[in-house]
Ligand binder design. Structure first.
Ligand code: SAM
Ligand code: SF4
Length: 320
């Protein structure tokens, strides 16, 4: 089912559903074919995500350990100093990462000395010849321009789920707030990293409408993180049921077909996935992972485990 033959269908959503629900072997064949047209199937982008400011976030994201509205067992930490962040970035580069992402548990960026320190971090990480990404919450256009000036490669701001389901998960901001920040990031000439999270009780239609929302972004996201919920004690989603593994692979494959040139990042939840499931996701077109044993505040496979799995698959780290 090529994208071209889908145009005779009525809406984006019809087309997405047709791709997603075609027979699994056909979906995987198409995803692999699209993937090989645009990417080296033997390459995996390794990124590392460091938490530069932990916890005490005023937003109420139902999945998040860092929200003050949730009762997760997490010790808040203030914004880190520059040198320890650089040490993490150097260690990530040593271990083969080409992208270093800095996350801060903020609702939004506020002008002042803390943002100035983050700008210095961006410039210093870029000077390590690494791609540098930030995920700091909502941004204003002038702040996006400052991040671009500082040398930022990409900004992460996830839409996470469908517009219809969003307020079931988050009430302290709107979908439009997210879209406004993404627009500011694009306008500043920074590439957009925007993805989602499955396993929050959303329906299949929510998942497809999430992809539809991504399709409406212009330009499309340069990288698309697909997270599987890690149920965290003390959050409203602590008892959420795991995602069906085949549904996850279908989502990855559909994302690959809809966004042929984007980096599709298999992100949170990999410690809950078998090596076989991860391998299926790679064959479906996922060509980026976060390495390092902690993903913000959540567990992630060890670098050694990732190295061993990729070596078994004859997949090597992508270089810049
Ligand atoms: N504070 C920034 C924000 O919210 O945009 C960035 C923090 S972090 C990169 C945000 C993303 O991590 C969420 O959009 C979600 O996709 C993912 N995430 C957070 N908690 C998670 C969990 N418990 N399980 C899976 N993914 C999670
Ligand atoms: Fe705050 Fe981001 Fe966590 Fe939401 S996902 S509570 S905005 S740190």
């Amino acid at each position: 089912m090529t994208a071209a033959t889908l145009t005779n269908l009525t809406t984006h959503l019809d087309r997405i559903r047709q791709v997603y629900s075609q027979p699994f072997p056909n979906l995987m064949f198409e995803a692999q074919s699209v993937h090989r047209l645009h990417h080296n199937p033997l390459e995996m982008q390794l990124a590392t995500l460091g938490n530069i400011k932990t916890g005490a976030c005023p937003e109420d994201c139902g999945y998040c350990a860092q929200s003050v509205h949730n009762q997760a067992d997490l010790k808040p930490e203030p914004l880190m100093q520059i040198e320890p962040v650089l040490e993490e970035a150097r260690a990530a580069k040593e271990a083969g990462a080409t992208r270093f992402c800095m996350g801060a548990a903020w609702r939004e960026v506020k002008d002042g000395s803390q943002f100035d320190r983050v700008l210095e971090m961006v410039t210093a990480v870029a000077a390590l010849d690494m791609e540098v990404c930030c995920t700091l919450g909502m941004l204003k256009p002038h702040q996006a321009a400052q991040l671009k000036q500082a040398g930022l490669t990409a900004y992460n701001h996830n839409l996470d789920t469908s517009p219809a389901y969003y307020d079931k998960i988050i009430s302290t901001r709107t979908y439009q707030d997210r879209l406004d920040t993404i627009a500011a990031v694009s306008a500043a000439g920074i590439s957009v990293c925007c993805g989602g999270i499955v396993g929050m009780g959303e329906t299949e239609t929510d998942r497809l409408e999430f992809l539809e929302a991504l399709l409406k972004l212009d330009p499309p996201p340069e990288s698309i993180p697909i997270n599987c919920l890690i149920p965290i004690a003390g959050t409203p989603l602590e008892n959420a049921l795991p995602v069906d593994p085949i549904e996850l692979v279908r989502l990855i494959a559909t994302t690959r077909i809809l966004f042929p040139t984007s980096m599709v990042r298999l992100t949170a939840g990999r410690t809950l996935m078998s090596d076989e499931l991860q391998t299926l996701c790679f064959l479906a077109g996922a060509n980026s992972i976060f390495t390092g044993s902690v993903l913000l505040t959540a567990p992630n496979p060890s670098r050694d485990h990732d190295r061993e799995l990729l070596a078994k698959l004859d997949i090597h780290p992508k270089t810049l």
